[in-house]
Design a protein. Structure first.
Lengths: 514, 326, 382
């Protein structure tokens, strides 16, 4: 008997040379719930985008019911009965639930939309699959869980037999997650097939029939869920072939620089992203935050740097509160910040390199002289930093968008490092940049720390966190679940168990090391 | 000139009829502005489209001696101008707002330029014997005393304005294309994933906008007046745009907002005869529009703050009980 | 280092070329239109292109007009550079004219106090009339296009109201004030020195080129320094380049936006004072007519750079003045210049046009150079 879907020898190489999928084989049986797990960047989403027709494989084939398919766009995939629910919802906020469900294929009579029938269709689908929605509610007013159910209904309305859910629980509260699981079971009972992408091993055990693990663009294996242990899966996910070697002198921990107490952050839509987080950062150490993406790291960084407001709790630097202050006030308290999204936050692409370098200091001497900015100073500083940080450009007068990704990141690093901060918060400092620039930036981080700067490092790359950090905190679902005072004495597997929520230290165990 | 006097004037049938007459050249372009706005682009060129249509209608009707031909050509010219704007915006990536300004300038200059060539006069087209759109006397209603004066005896554009408000509402909310248009304006990415051609939809919106604004322009030159005057739109295209916002981006809301502007205009005419400064009355709708912008923004923000606070309280209360367990 | 200069020079040249080509293309199109409609197209176009320098008073018209255009262009450049689409220059100009004109007419101060006071008041009222939409945008996220257009009309109504009910002489059958007394007029730009007395008299008799010329030059320098040398200018440009980056970097983006609108208003207010106290020397109805969006054209041609605004303003003022001459000298009306103006805006701002033209050119060049390259070999390294 042939599998429902068979993806054979899928290779995907992006134009920038990144190999996202390396000869991946993946097969799905009819009527199963198949979990697809792996770290960020393991290639799961790319594989699913290929299946959904959004990306074209460099080589390899897709078979549906044994017949070779060639999806040129997602329309082809939809026509073949494949539906995908993306992480960021594709809904029209001012439309009702029913209008969103039928959008693009509205039921009509003599050219007019039959709103009633749209509602009926939605309600009927919702009932059939146990996806509780209010068909006439405006999407803008419903919660995230219901929005997700609307997305699922959209695919079902379009006749999807195979549903791809891309990290569907990442945005859900625990109750909503439970509801989603019930719905997924109902879908399968009625003959649908579900591919469920996740990071969370607890969910894998709870929901799936089989599980496939990807790592570094390769398929590590597929096994029935009953045979899989969480520990075994964790090893498959985070075990590494290549270890990073970073030469760093031993840590000389200095005075406490930042103190974070009971910090909580809640989103506008009511999701708790940080829950009573407390820790300290000391001079001369790199404190790494390990965790699967979406467990509160982004929010932690942005609350600490003044870009978001804390719901409760506070952070202090030398006794001065820096939470719920403006970014300027935070920076003036000697905090530097390498943002995780350099293109939206970290740079003004059309402005010159020099002008990108002075955003945190243009109003301070020696750059400001009286009423004006001394551009001679700015230029000479630019020249110096371009040289010191090896930014590949003939001059600082060129716009940043003339640089490569790695050199753009170096502009940010140059600015943030040269402000001689007491605390440097580095979020994803090497994401998506070339090997040379990555190495350079890592060396710079270590050097800064050795000179006595306190560094908070957030990275989705566990190897990076492990090799650079002196001390590691694990963030899981917005809470600190483990702390490792000596990063060199802990294995990736062990951290992986904490990252995936399988283990957790007690408050007492952690207290002394936070 | 007592207060009583003013009240009487306001509630006279002629005054109410006047509001309808004055509002018509605002309602039609406002509907055009609404359609493009909902499709995700601000059509700042309503003014220019109206001018071109007003001019073409007069000239063609004068030379062909056919009002119908004048109206049809006027519409065609307005739609073409709107298509030009759409081409620059959608396909040459010009900023929609700068391109719109360019179209307005071109329309202002072009119409005067051609008017001078055709008539040797730069002020108006009085030398051309242009046509006048028919006036409709509604049977039965026209004989009812008060109501007859208010509702009957208007030109076809006034009736078209109301009819078109209804049709635009149906189009936007009851037809697939209208729904796609709103979806493309609000979340183009989502619309695109569902197989909606966003650019094409926006192009259609611009063509419709051109059609509606053209009617507004033709109303000015073939009904409101029966000649073309230089710059005769006098900012109506911009007021129409404000009416869209004041009306909450809804067809009937837009109609009502346009009529509020019409009311203020009619009132100021009325008051001018009573030696009350009409300028101050005329500025009321503009002040109201700004206030509406402010109120709308404050409301939205209050809602957001309230919602966030509610969520935060709930979450904090919930976690307060369970946190000790971990 | 020469490569650096080369790169920067190439960029500048390309930018200049783009605008030059747009203007040239628009002028050619204008000529084609003239050919089509005029019985004397050559005379008409000659008058259009040479008119402003053909006579003394025409030269004066050109310069006067350009002063207004340049001040407006500066106002728009400041706002647009920060990506704030303020269309409020018309209202700010009206308020500036109203306030400065009222002071010129009614405040019983000597010349040396009255004129500066009037100018300052015009600038202040422009600031305020810009502050309002700025505040609405920064704190309430209100669409600035709508709010500034509304404020323009409100300003017009206020202007008309004061003109008709308070300022115009009682019983006058026209809507205009008396001419300003000499204490309230801007003096001619040339001082009455003995050795240039003749020249001075000619200027004073035939033109309204006033000391506003010097104020304009100061305004250009101030705008340039403000934009490119001060912390505020840096904030303005950074907000325009990427507002999220500005916020991340610690810039108070709300304050910056408000100030951008308000400071832009100062220049438009000054343009209003120029209309009232320099050109018309009285307050008239529709004093800003035909100027509403002209500042935008100038700013677009100058790529929102104060340093290029005078060039763009003079060039555009020249076209406008030339069109006037053409109208008087031929059967082509001056409004043709508006068509040319529209074409310039469209060609300069259409992002796809230059790449398209370039593609065609390189394709041709490659086809032509194909043979040559074969023999030259591969030593032409970039």
């Amino acid at each position: 008997m042939t599998a429902l879907i068979e993806m054979r020898d899928i290779v995907k190489v992006y134009p920038n040379g990144v190999v996202a999928n390396d000869r991946v084989n993946f097969s799905i049986e009819r009527g199963e719930i198949h979990a697809l797990v792996g770290e960020n960047g393991a290639g799961k989403t790319t594989l699913m985008k290929i299946l959904y027709g959004m990306e074209q494989p460099t080589s390899g084939q897709i078979f549906l019911d044994g017949k070779a398919q060639h999806f040129r766009s997602s329309h082809d995939a939809i026509a073949a009965g494949i539906g995908m629910v993306h992480q960021n919802f594709m809904l029209v906020p001012s439309f009702t639930v029913a209008e969103n469900v039928v959008l693009g294929q509205e039921p009509t009579r003599r050219g007019f939309i039959e709103a009633k029938r749209a509602t009926e269709i939605t309600e009927q689908l919702a009932q059939q699959y146990g996806l509780r929605v209010e068909a006439d509610a405006i999407v803008d007013s419903i919660n995230v869980g219901m929005r997700q159910r609307v997305e699922i209904l959209k695919t079902l309305y379009r006749g999807a037999q195979i549903l791809i859910l891309d990290e569907p629980t990442a945005v859900l509260t625990p109750q909503e997650t439970q509801e989603l699981f019930n719905a997924v079971h109902a879908l399968v009972q009625q003959g649908k097939t579900v591919i469920f992408i996740t990071h969370k091993l607890r969910e894998v055990k709870e929901i799936s029939d089989r599980v496939s693990v990807m790592r570094g663009g390769k398929m590590m294996g597929t096994l029935p869920t009953v045979e899989a242990t969480r520990e075994g899966l964790a090893r498959m996910m985070v075990g590494r072939d290549v270890f990073l070697t970073v030469n760093k002198p031993p840590c000389k921990r200095g005075k406490r620089v930042m103190e974070v107490r009971d910090l909580s952050y809640i989103t506008e839509t009511g999701r708790t992203m940080l829950h009573k987080v407390s820790f300290n950062i000391y001079a001369g150490e790199i404190l790494g935050i390990a965790g699967v993406e979406g467990n509160g790291q982004t929010e932690l960084v942005e609350v600490l740097t003044g870009l978001r407001s804390a719901a409760s709790g506070e952070a202090r630097i030398g006794g001065k509160v820096v939470t719920n202050r403006t970014p300027r006030e935070v920076r003036m308290a000697s905090v530097a910040h390498i943002p995780e999204d350099r293109l939206t936050n970290g740079l003004a692409l059309t402005a010159s390199i020099d002008e990108n370098l002075i955003v945190d200091r243009y109003f301070l001497p020696p750059y400001r002289k009286g009423l004006v900015i001394d551009y001679k100073q700015v230029e000479s500083m630019g020249r110096e930093l371009i040289k010191k940080f090896d930014i590949r450009t003939p001059t600082g007068k060129l716009p940043v968008n003339s640089l490569s990704g790695g050199n753009m990141q170096k502009v940010i690093v140059a600015r943030e490092f040269s402000s001689s901060p007491e605390l440097l918060i580095a979020a994803q400092p090497t994401r998506g940049i070339d090997v040379g620039a990555t190495e350079f930036i890592r060396d710079q981080l270590v050097q800064k720390r050795t000179e006595g700067t306190a560094i908070l490092l957030v990275s989705a790359d566990l190897a990076e966190v492990m090799s650079l950090s002196d001390r590691i905190i694990v963030l899981y679902e917005g809470e600190i679940t483990g702390v490792f005072p000596d990063a060199s004495k802990v294995s990736e597997e062990e951290i992986g168990l904490y990252m995936l929520g399988l283990r957790r230290q007690t408050r007492e165990e952690m207290e002394a090391y936070l | 000139m007592s207060f009583d006097h003013i009240l009487k004037a306001i509630f006279s049938a002629l005054f109410l009829a006047n509001i309808l007459r004055i509002s018509t050249p605002l309602i039609l372009p406002a509907l055009g502005g609404l359609v493009t706005d909902l499709a995700g682009a601000t059509n700042i060129a309503l003014e220019g489209i109206m001018l071109v249509a007003a001019f073409t209608g007069v000239v063609v009707s004068a030379y062909t001696k056919s009002v119908t031909a004048g109206i049809l050509c006027g519409i065609l010219s307005g739609v073409l101008i709107s298509a030009l704007l759409a081409y620059f915006y959608l396909y040459l990536k010009t900023d929609v707002f700068l391109a719109g300004i360019a179209i307005n300038i071109m329309a202002t200059g072009g119409t005067i330029f051609l008017l001078y060539i055709l008539t040797g006069d730069k002020g108006n087209s009085s030398k051309l014997a242009s046509g006048m759109a028919p006036i409709v006397h509604i049977p039965l209603i026209k004989d009812i005393p008060f109501l007859g004066t208010v509702l009957s005896g208007h030109n076809i554009f006034t009736y078209a304005a109301f009819l078109l408000t209804w049709l635009v509402a149906i189009f936007l909310y009851r037809t697939p294309l209208g729904t796609h248009l709103r979806a493309a304006g609000e979340n183009p990415e989502a619309a695109a994933t569902l197989g909606i051609d966003v650019k094409q939809t926006q192009l259609i919106a611009f063509l419709m906008s051109g059609f509606l604004a053209s009617l507004g322009g033709l109303n000015l030159s073939m009904a409101y007046l029966t000649l073309f005057q230089r710059e005769m739109t006098a900012g109506r295209g911009f007021i129409a745009l404000a009416a869209v916002y004041l009306g909450g981006r809804k067809p009937w809301g837009t109609l009502i907002a346009a009529m509020i502007f019409g009311f203020a205009d009619a009132l100021s005419n009325q008051l001018a005869s009573l030696e009350i400064p009409s300028q101050l009355v005329q500025s009321i709708p503009y002040v109201v529009t700004i206030i509406a912008l402010v109120v709308y923004a404050l409301q939205k923000r209050a809602q957001l703050i309230e919602r966030t606070r509610r969520f935060q309280e709930r979450e904090l209360a919930k976690s307060g009980g369970g946190a000790t367990g971990s | 280092m020469s490569t650096i200069r080369k790169i920067l020079a190439i960029r500048a040249v390309r930018e200049f070329l783009r605008i030059f080509l747009a203007v040239f293309a628009a002028l050619v199109l204008g000529f084609l239109i003239t050919l089509a409609v005029s019985k004397q197209p050559i005379e008409a176009y000659k008058a259009f292109l040479l008119g402003p320098v053909s006579r003394f008073n025409r030269f004066g018209d050109w310069i006067e007009e350009s002063i207004t255009l340049i001040l407006l262009g500066l106002a728009v450049s400041l706002a647009f550079r920060a990506k704030q689409f303020s269309l409020g220059q018309d209202g700010q100009m009206l308020m500036g004219a109203l306030v400065s004109g009222s002071i010129a007419l009614f405040v019983p101060l000597p010349f040396l106090l009255r004129v500066p006071l009037a100018l300052l008041a015009a600038m202040l009222v422009g600031f305020i009339w810009g502050y309002i939409p700025g505040y609405l945008k920064a704190h309430l996220d209100a669409n600035e296009i709508v709010s500034t257009l509304m404020l323009n009309t409100i300003a017009l109504k206020i202007y008309d109201y004061f003109l008709i009910f308070w300022i115009k002489p009682p019983g006058a059958g026209y809507n205009a004030s008396d001419f300003f007394p000499v204490e309230g007029k801007l003096p001619t730009f040339l001082p009455a020195l003995p050795f240039i007395a003749d020249l001075q008299k000619r200027f004073a008799d035939h033109t309204n080129i006033t000391i506003m010329l010097y104020l304009m030059i100061i305004a250009i320098v101030v705008a340039f320094f403000l934009m490119f040398r001060t912390p505020f200018g840096y904030e303005l440009r950074t907000v325009g380049a990427n507002i999220k980056f500005a916020r991340y970097g610690g810039i108070d983006t709300k304050k910056t936006i408000i100030l951008v609108f308000a400071v832009s208003g100062i220049f438009a207010g000054l343009a209003g004072a120029h209309l009232a106290m320099g050109i018309h020397t009285k307050l008239i109805a529709n004093i800003t007519v035909g100027l509403g969006f002209e500042g935008i054209v100038v700013a677009i041609m100058a790529r929102n750079n104060p340093l290029f605004v005078p060039i763009a303003g003079l060039a555009y003022g020249y076209l406008r003045a030339g069109a006037d001459v053409m109208e008087r000298a031929s059967d082509v009306s001056r409004e043709m210049v508006l068509v040319i103006q529209a074409i310039i805006i469209l060609l300069v701002t259409a992002e796809r046009i230059l790449p398209m033209v370039q593609q065609v050119i390189t394709a041709r060049r490659q086809a032509a150079a194909g043979a040559a390259e074969m023999t030259e070999g591969e030593n032409n390294v970039v």
